[in-house]
Design a protein around this ligand. Structure first.
Ligand SMILES: Nc1ncnc2c1ncn2[C@@H]1O[C@H](COP(=O)(O)OP(=O)(O)OP(=O)(O)O)[C@@H](O)[C@H]1O
Length: 272
């Protein structure tokens, strides 16, 4: 019998309170796991603790209770194996797009040590990633010379340059118009099918969640915990046209119903 592989991310009964004993309880007894190579989307009412969950998994904040294990190791400091992209692309304005994408290589080992000797190979990789997201020819430009969507693509390349085992995406397309967003879904899907990282995506956009994820987790209102989960059965690569099918729309509606119930405090646990 084949051995069952341990989940890559294991969050067990995690609680998180900001600001001491009287502070805000952001998460209570949140439990979830993510398999290696799986793409999970986390959705839920505004302020329910989604970003907090991301901070705990990436080691940016310690949890108040419970355990967070990534790659078999308890998370107790920022993890170098994580690539992150947020709603705001946060590119450094004084660096070119290529230099921005290469930034993690100057920080994360073993790349940091190798960078001087292997700069040409790393630069070729950065150019290849930029080409994958349609930014060939923009390597020497500065962030202000690119649109918001182009900056967001560059920040996605920066999140991927050091071959992260875990890609954490917190509303990465939230500030973009719907056409740019849909364009980037396709590019992210292609990147993920090629590089196969484990991905946790936080989003408010249920269509985005269903298009991109293998599994969608729905959080309760604050203090957040996982209320429901839904596996997305549609084959890959998914196309934008697929988002208009009855099956796709039904799944989006089902998730919306879960979130509406969560917003009204009807915290009925349900797994599908
Ligand atoms: N640094 C902080 N200090 C104190 N409270 C915080 C801090 N960060 C978040 N919170 C609070 O914790 C709760 C959860 O916040 P979090 O940002 O995780 O929610 P979210 O689900 O990501 O929200 P949204 O969907 O609106 O982006 C909120 O009530 C928020 O005000």
């Amino acid at each position: 019998m084949a051995a069952v592989e341990r989940p890559f991310v294991e969050i067990d009964q995690v609680s998180m309170r900001y600001g001491g004993a009287e502070g805000t309880l952001a998460l209570r007894d949140a439990t979830l796991s993510v398999a290696r190579g799986e793409f999970v989307a986390v959705v839920g009412p505004s302020g329910c603790g989604k970003s907090t969950l991301m901070k705990l998994v990436s080691g940016l904040w310690p949890s108040s209770a419970g355990s967070v294990i990534v790659g078999g190791q308890e998370v107790d400091r920022p993890l170098p194996m994580v690539g992150m992209a947020f709603q705001n692309p946060t590119l450094l304005p004084w660096r070119t797009i290529l230099a921005n994408v290469m930034l993690p290589l100057e920080v994360v080992e073993p790349h940091r040590r190798r960078l001087r000797a292997e700069r040409a190979a790393y630069e070729a990789k950065a150019r290849q990633l930029l080409a994958m997201v349609g930014l060939a020819g923009f390597e020497g430009k500065y962030p202000y010379q690119l649109s918001g969507g182009m900056q967001q693509r560059a920040s996605l390349c920066r999140a991927l340059i050091h071959d992260p085992q875990l890609l954490m995406l917190d509303e990465p397309f939230g500030a973009l118009d719907i056409f740019t967003r849909e364009d980037l879904w396709a590019q992210l899907q292609e990147v993920c099918l090629t590089l196969k990282p484990t991905v946790i995506l936080v989003t408010h956009d249920l269509k985005e969640a269903v298009y991109l994820a293998d599994r969608v987790l729905v959080m309760s209102s604050r203090p957040g915990r996982i209320l429901a989960e839904r596996r997305v059965p549609f084959p890959r690569p998914r196309r934008l046209d697929d988002t208009y099918t009855a099956e796709f729309q039904a799944l989006v509606h089902e998730l919306r119903d879960h979130i509406n119930a969560a917003r009204q405090g009807q915290e009925t646990d349900h797994a599908a």
